[in-house]
Design a protein around this ligand. Structure first.
Ligand code: UD1
Length: 336
């Protein structure tokens, strides 16, 4: 049985990936510092899969913690999720982001080097493309200056990995996520936003639940079909599945580094997402149009040709499923 280390494995995307890995027969070890996750997620994952896994509560920034992990187990690969992801917070606390996201990767690489771990899947973001002219965006589009320190950390980590594989024997796959939303259909796991959500879908579900009074649509004067921004929303279970496919591919790839967009290939406006939620769940949402949010790109969606051809991965869930599962998860949170 192959053994995989998942950093940040109790987080939103990490927890769904642990489920997919266990379902495919991998043995999973998780390291998570609980900075944006809860211990009970472990039990919830195990309830879905029926299989226990090992958890170390600790920080990937701590070399002693990594030593403890790597000296005990021999890993066939690492999926590295452990990072901060709030765009706005990164503007206020850039050092926190450089330190955690960039140093965390370097500390992890040092341990992987010492113990000769061969495969790494890295969580990147479509934010590295910045404002793109030619849509949909493919993996050869140029990387542009980031709009936030969070975005900068993703670019820096990609650059470090691109450089590192020239000198060391490591297979790396960079996955550039578009907008992950939704939750596991079992409603056992999903996103747990701390405080007021920054992202659209948690804000929608909290508004539907009456926790927030209304949603503000950030700008309706963009050059899009209804004036609101376009994004490529991807179901978190599909995204998790892409990590398993990437891992399988990394083990046998001929180049040392490769990169894939992970999205559905469809763009939807903010108003389309709100309507999709209303239709999927037969509810009305209270929303208003507000000012543009600083740093938002007008529109971006993925060209998924490469990931489909090379990894054989395609999204299976549509926007309706994403909205249904996001709401079911929110309801489950309310009832717990
Ligand atoms: C951003 C980052 C992305 C990161 C993600 C994680 C950029 C360009 N993108 O995605 O890399 O992985 O956060 O947090 O930096 N919206 C509203 N009202 C709301 C909330 C959002 O209208 O209350 C709109 C936004 O203007 C945007 C869309 O909904 O058009 C999606 O926003 P959001 O969910 O925050 O994701 P991104 O900003 O696309």
């Amino acid at each position: 049985m192959k053994k995989i280390l998942v950093t940040g494995g109790l987080g939103y995307i990490g927890s769904h990936t642990v489920v997919e890995l266990q379902n495919k027969g991998y043995e999973v070890v998780v390291i998570d510092n609980l900075s944006n996750s809860k211990l009970e997620v472990k039990k919830r994952i195990e309830r879905i899969t029926g299989k226990p896994f090992e958890l170390l509560v600790g920080d990937v920034n701590d070399p002693n913690v990594l030593e403890q992990l790597f000296s005990k187990s021999s890993f066939d690969g690492v999926i590295h999720f452990a990072a901060f992801k709030a765009v706005g917070e990164s503007v206020d606390f850039p050092i926190k982001y450089y330190q955690n996201n960039v140093s965390g990767l370097i500390t992890l690489l040092a341990a992987m080097d010492k113990y000769e771990t061969k495969n790494l899947i890295f969580s990147s973001s479509c934010t590295v493309y910045g404002t793109v002219k030619d849509l949909p965006v493919n993996e050869n589009s140029p990387i542009q200056e980031a709009e936030s320190p969070y975005g900068t950390t993703k670019i820096l980590c990609e650059e470090i990995l691109q450089d590192y594989v020239k000198h060391k024997p490591l297979n790396v796959i960079l996955l550039r996520y578009f907008n992950p939303v939704g939750a596991h259909p079992s409603s056992e796991i999903g996103e747990l936003p701390l405080g007021v959500p920054n992202n659209l879908v948690p804000f929608i579900t909290q508004t539907a639940a009456g926790i927030r009074e209304k949603i503000t649509v950030f700008g309706n004067d963009y050059n899009t079909i209804d004036g609101t921004c376009v994004r490529d929303y991807i179901h978190v279970v599909d995204l998790a599945d892409a990590h398993v496919k990437a891992l399988e591919f990394a083990e046998s790839m001929s180049t040392s580094i490769d990169v894939f967009n992970i999205g559905t290939g469809n763009g939807n406006t903010v108003l389309e997402v709100i309507k999709a939620f209303e239709q999927a769940n037969e509810m009305k949402l209270n929303y208003q149009i507000g000012a543009r949010r600083a740093g938002d790109v007008e529109q971006i969606w993925a060209d998924t040709t490469k990931v489909s051809n090379v990894l054989g991965w395609n999204a299976r869930y549509n926007l309706n499923d994403m909205m249904k599962h996001a709401w079911k998860w929110q309801e489950n949170l309310e009832n717990n």
